[in-house]
Design a protein around this ligand. Sequence first.
Ligand SMILES: NC(=O)c1ccc[n+]([C@@H]2O[C@H](COP(=O)([O-])OP(=O)(O)OC[C@H]3O[C@@H](n4cnc5c(N)ncnc54)[C@H](OP(=O)(O)O)[C@@H]3O)[C@@H](O)[C@H]2O)c1
Length: 218
Amino acid sequence: MSTASETSKTEEIIMLTTSRSIGIVGAGPVALSLAEVLRRAGYATVVSSRTEHQTRDGETAVVSFTAAAEMDIVFFAVRHDASRELAERLRPLLRGKLVVDVDNAWLPGHYERAGLSSDLTEGQWMANLLPDSRVVRAFSHIDWNLFDRGLARPAYWGAGYAADDPESDAEIREILEKVGFVPVSAGSLAESAGVDVDGVLWSRLLPAAQTEAALRAR
Ligand SMILES: NC(=O)c1ccc[n+]([C@@H]2O[C@H](COP(=O)([O-])OP(=O)(O)OC[C@H]3O[C@@H](n4cnc5c(N)ncnc54)[C@H](OP(=O)(O)O)[C@@H]3O)[C@@H](O)[C@H]2O)c1
């Protein structure tokens, strides 16, 4: 049985973890939908754009890309053809941080122009651009209008993700769990084609067991 002081220490750790701030590079439907669920899960979250402004709901501050990159954890949710330039520009601010890559090169020509191939997943591509950050891949296979499904029915829907080291793996699992999803590992970034465009989970949100089965059946 834990003592009172151990319990309060645990609560303190949970509070500290939950109070980590999240900056989302991007202010499109994906960024706004993510910001909403992350805020509901207890994270202080901002989205960002080329022009700073206030969103219509008045709740989400749209800050500069630089201000978003200064947060504790940074998500990328922009048009894919803007990702390279933004990653290169923000690289110094992202050093050592968890970077959650949500981008997909699905628009015509973006995949080829980025140099992606069956030998280079989206996650590896972003990790190559940010060698001093801890890049993980998550939320990429889920339609933005389904991001709140986890909070509506906690611990039911599976969310595929990929990470290259145990610390980043634990951190992204925690974020996915806090927004109500069951994290299902697709493996390392090199193994994460299943959560990329046209992968086995692409544009699908399945119950956790089916998510696991889809990834294992590859
Ligand atoms: N559709 C989905 O359900 C889904 C699900 C998961 C992941 N994704 C991926 O998530 C990413 C975001 O998707 P989205 O539909 O929200 O938005 P989007 O329309 O693809 O991108 C919007 C964001 O990209 C920025 N942007 C566009 N061109 C730019 C440029 N030349 N330089 C700098 N920034 C630029 C915009 O900045 P401004 O605000 O300044 O215009 C805006 O913040 C995409 O890569 C998409 O494939 C989509």
